[in-house]
Design a protein around this ligand. Structure first.
Ligand code: FPP
Length: 222
């Protein structure tokens, strides 16, 4: 969800306005994804690197998140959306973690769209954590080195039980992954749009899904 800051700067507004408008887009796109029959939507809301932004900006983003957890996500809960969070929870304030855990528990039985929010997320750290978990099991004698395979390793990531993405969309014209789902994106189709996230909408999502449908996915085969 890139481009909130540039969207605001283009209008002579503080960056926080871009994030606020971006939070509105989150609602529109989540609704549209559910209507389009998408089963899993993962949003990169805050990276581990984003902690290095100014205290004011971090505080704006955490404020929006608190608000979102209290109001908007409660709405999603009623709409049969299952909510999951991925990322380093111990970096987040205790009240935010408590609200996240409550929502995950309350929506666990929902069987509509799974909305996965990457928060304080960094893919390299996720992979290192998984390697540590596997090593600890081997060290304890609960598993042998030979037991470690792709499936077992995948199950040690935050995304356990969430299928690898079919399509990655990055807004704002940047063409890089920025430490996002590095393992999970191995065979994902990429789509980069110049649209800033606050301007992204349902029509553009529909166009991108239609483009995706024309792609030939070979997974390394001929
Ligand atoms: C990237 O744009 C966006 C973020 C770091 C934050 C994304 C957050 C939201 C869309 C709102 C809150 C989210 C939820 C789930 C309620 P940028 O700030 O890097 O923009 P720039 O590259 O133009 O400066």
């Amino acid at each position: 969800m890139d481009g909130n800051g540039r969207w605001a700067a283009k209008r002579g507004l503080p960056r926080s306005f871009g994030h606020k408008k971006g939070a509105e887009t989150v609602k529109e796109i989540t609704r549209a994804a559910g209507e389009a029959g998408i089963r899993f939507l993962t949003l990169y809301a805050f990276s581990t690197e984003n902690w290095q932004r100014s205290p004011e900006e971090v505080s704006t983003l955490m404020g929006l998140l608190r608000q979102y957890l209290k109001t908007d996500l409660q709405e999603l809960r009623k709409n049969n959306v299952r909510i999951r969070f991925i990322g380093e929870r111990d970096m987040l304030d205790a009240d935010i973690v408590a609200a996240m855990e409550k929502l995950e528990a309350e929506t666990a039985v929902n069987d509509g769209l799974t909305l996965c929010i990457a928060l304080s997320y960094g893919s390299r750290q996720e992979i290192v954590n998984a390697a540590k978990k596997a090593a600890a099991l081997v060290q304890k004698g609960d598993m042998s080195v030979e037991d470690i395979d792709v499936k077992l390793f995948s199950d040690m990531l935050y995304t356990k039980d969430i299928p690898d993405p079919d399509l990655l969309i990055r807004t704002s014209g940047e063409q890089r992954l920025s430490n996002y789902l590095l393992w999970q994106l191995a065979y994902t189709e990429f789509y980069f749009t110049p649209t800033f996230w606050p301007d992204f909408n349902k029509n553009e999502l529909t166009d991108i899904i239609n483009d995706f449908k024309t792609r030939e996915r070979r997974y390394g085969k001929v």
